[in-house]
Structure formats: structure tokens, C-alpha cells
Design a protein around this ligand. Structure first.
Ligand code: ADP
Ligand code: MG
Length: 274
């Protein structure tokens, strides 16, 4: 491949809303056969809405909303951003993000944790969606369940990836029931759910060791290691800075359809060269 042709391809990418870190990236794009897709914020909108607030006792709902919203206020995660709207802003100190698990902090002198029920030590909710359990000073106050919807373009983008001969895999830290419902909706057969950020990395490594050439598409802090380990890391421009920094390519609009455009562009660019 001549550097000039790759430069032209890179420029064309920028016009199409695809920011490519270096001209050599287009060459790895061409060989991809597997596309691993993060769920929240990548296949789905990431604009979560609260669908249920369930305190352990009805009298404690205000308290549940208050501590949940306060501890999630600094969170960049779509789950956290939705929960932060449950009450007026309040100060939180010692905030910590536990990627793929939840958040913790101190609110009004009390230690608060909000995250996956298994992380907090709670059985969870029967509601459809992603349930976050909230604990104050070691005692569970209740759960908040959030849900988002599949992006309008995800169904056709997944079909187009298949048409290009690429196998899609859905990879998420979210619970299996939610992951499978999304996979069914967009037409993905292979699903890996309830994985930690380290497992996301391991999944990419495993697929590569099977001889696959893997693209990973993600938006979160929890996707960064997997994005960096993939043959091609693709970040959603709407996602976190960490994910963008770890990737080879950024889709400015955060639209999966642009990933399809990127694969087509690289193939066309390299054809021109030959
Ligand atoms: P995904 O792979 O779908 O992007 P993550 O790996 O980021 O999901 O998160 C996995 C799970 O960890 C979420 O479904 C949620 O249960 C929990 N979680 C992550 N961040 C937060 C947060 N800020 N507050 C509460 N729970 C969280
Ligand atoms: Mg995500």
C-alpha cells in the first residue's frame, strides 16, 4: 500500500466522520473477520431511563433516591447518569468508579455504594432492565432499575456487517437477560454477558488466539483494555475519553453504521492501491 493512497483514505474517513489515528490503521481494518460489540452506548443509545425504584421499605424511598443520586453524580457511565437525576445535587467525597461493578463515595458522612447487585450483595430485582443495588453504611437501601433502547441504526448496521462477511459478537457487563433481549432485537447470535472489564479483554484475546482478526467497538472505561488489545479498536465519539484514547479509530457520531462505512472505506482504499 502506498502511503499516499492511505493518506487519501484517511482524509476521506475524516470527511465521513471516521477519525483514523494513522494511515496504517486502514490496513488492519481490511483483514477483520469478527466484530465484538459492547452493548450499552454502542448497540444501545446509552440514554438510560429509570424504570423502577424499589426501596427495602416504602418509607425509605426518598432516602434511596437521595443517596443513589448523590453517589452517582460524578459517574460517566450511562447507568450512573440516569440514576443521578433521581434527586437534587448533593456533595460526594471520596468518589470511586469500580469499572464494570459500580461506584462508591461518602455522602453526608455516610459510605454509599451503588452497583451490580452481586457486587453489593443483593439478589436483584425481577424488573426487566439493569438493576443497581444501593447500600448505605453496609446496609442495602433498595434497588433502582434502568433501561435504554437499541439505536435506530443498530439493526441495519449489524446486518451490513454480516453482509461484509464479519461475525458480530455482543459483549457486555450487563445481566444475561438484558443482553439476550438486545441480541435478539439486532440479530446477533453470539452473546457474552455479565463479564468484567478484564473478561472483555480476555474475550478479545481468546478470539485472536483462535486465529480471528478482531475489531472491538466500545464506548466505556470498561472497554478500554479490550479496545487496545483488539486488532482494530473502534471508539464511539459519544463515549468516554479513555475509550477514544485506547482506540485506533473513532466514529464521531457514535453510529454503528459508520463502522460499516469504515470497513468499506478501507477495502476500497486498498483495492485502489492494488
Ligand atoms: P456494558 O458492558 O454494557 O457497557 P459495564 O461493563 O460498563 O456495561 O457495566 C456492567 C454493569 O456494572 C452494569 O450493567 C451495571 O450493573 C454495573 N455498573 C457499571 N457502572 C455503574 C454505575 N456507575 N453505577 C451502578 N452500576 C454500574
Ligand atoms: Mg458501553
Amino acid at each position: 500500500a502506498t502511503p499516499t493512497a492511505l493518506m487519501v483514505g484517511t482524509g476521506r474517513g475524516a470527511q465521513l466522520g471516521i477519525l483514523i489515528k494513522g494511515p496504517q490503521v486502514l490496513e488492519s481494518t481490511r483483514r477483520i473477520d469478527t466484530v465484538v460489540l459492547d452493548k450499552t452506548g454502542t448497540v444501545t443509545t446509552g440514554r438510560m431511563a429509570v424504570v423502577a425504584v424499589e426501596p427495602v421499605e416504602p418509607s425509605r424511598e426518598t432516602e434511596l433516591r437521595r443517596f443513589a443520586a448523590a453517589v452517582e453524580a460524578p459517574s460517566e457511565h450511562p447507568v450512573g447518569r440516569a440514576i443521578a437525576t433521581l434527586a437534587p445535587p448533593e456533595e460526594v467525597s471520596e468518589f470511586a468508579n469500580h469499572a464494570g461493578q459500580g461506584v462508591s463515595g461518602v455522602v453526608d458522612g455516610r459510605t454509599v455504594r451503588a452497583g451490580r447487585p452481586s457486587w453489593v450483595g443483593h439478589p436483584g430485582s425481577a424488573h426487566a432492565g439493569t438493576t443497581v443495588a444501593v447500600e448505605v453504611d453496609g446496609r442495602v437501601l433498595g434497588t433502582v432499575t434502568v433501561a435504554d433502547t437499541v439505536k435506530e441504526t443498530s439493526v441495519s448496521a449489524v446486518a451490513a456487517l454480516r453482509d461484509l462477511g464479519l461475525e458480530p459478537v455482543l459483549l457486555t457487563g450487563d445481566r444475561r437477560s438484558v443482553a439476550e433481549a438486545v441480541a435478539r432485537e439486532v440479530g446477533i447470535e453470539r452473546v457474552e454477558a455479565e463479564v468484567t472489564p478484564e473478561d472483555k479483554l480476555r474475550t478479545v484475546q481468546r478470539l485472536r488466539s483462535e486465529g480471528r482478526v478482531v475489531a472491538m467497538v466500545g464506548d466505556g472505561v470498561n472497554d478500554a483494555a479490550a479496545l487496545a488489545a483488539a486488532d482494530l479498536g473502534i471508539a464511539m465519539g459519544t463515549g468516554t475519553d479513555v475509550a477514544i484514547a485506547a482506540s485506533d479509530l473513532t466514529l464521531v457520531s457514535g453510529d454503528l453504521a459508520t463502522a460499516v462505512v469504515a470497513v468499506r472505506l478501507s477495502r476500497a482504499t486498498l483495492r485502489t492501491i492494488r
